[in-house]
Write a protein that binds this ligand. Structure first.
Ligand code: SF4
Length: 98
């Protein structure tokens, strides 16, 4: 007999590159504290899902999502040039302009 509901899909957060990082890093408001999470975003296989789920602008989010640092739902301009959004990096490596 089949269960009445489909099984839960695998939790995408288990694949997050920031998985296991402390909350004070992932939900940091300052770039310096957020750097480990921002760098993890560069190799995160679920970056797009992260940003879609968190919806930082709508949720007034503080912290890191989708390769960006957010403070009160607004993007924080990053000082470190080696930190970039994973989508942009992938496009660049494909030869596309960003
Ligand atoms: S995109 Fe960044 S913040 Fe979001 S799950 Fe991946 S590593 Fe974590």
């Amino acid at each position: 007999m089949r269960p009445p509901f489909p099984p839960d899909p695998p939790d995408w957060r288990a694949s997050a590159a920031c998985s296991g990082m402390p909350p004070q890093v992932v939900f940091a408001r300052r770039e310096r504290e957020a750097l480990p999470a921002l760098n993890a975003c560069r190799r995160c296989p679920v970056a797009r899902r992260c940003e879609e789920t968190v919806a930082p602008a709508r949720s007034f989010f503080d912290g890191v999502s989708g390769g960006r640092l957010w403070r009160n739902g607004r993007r924080v301009r990053l000082r470190h040039s080696d930190v970039a959004r994973p989508h942009a990096l992938r496009a660049r490596s494909d030869g596309a302009r960003t």
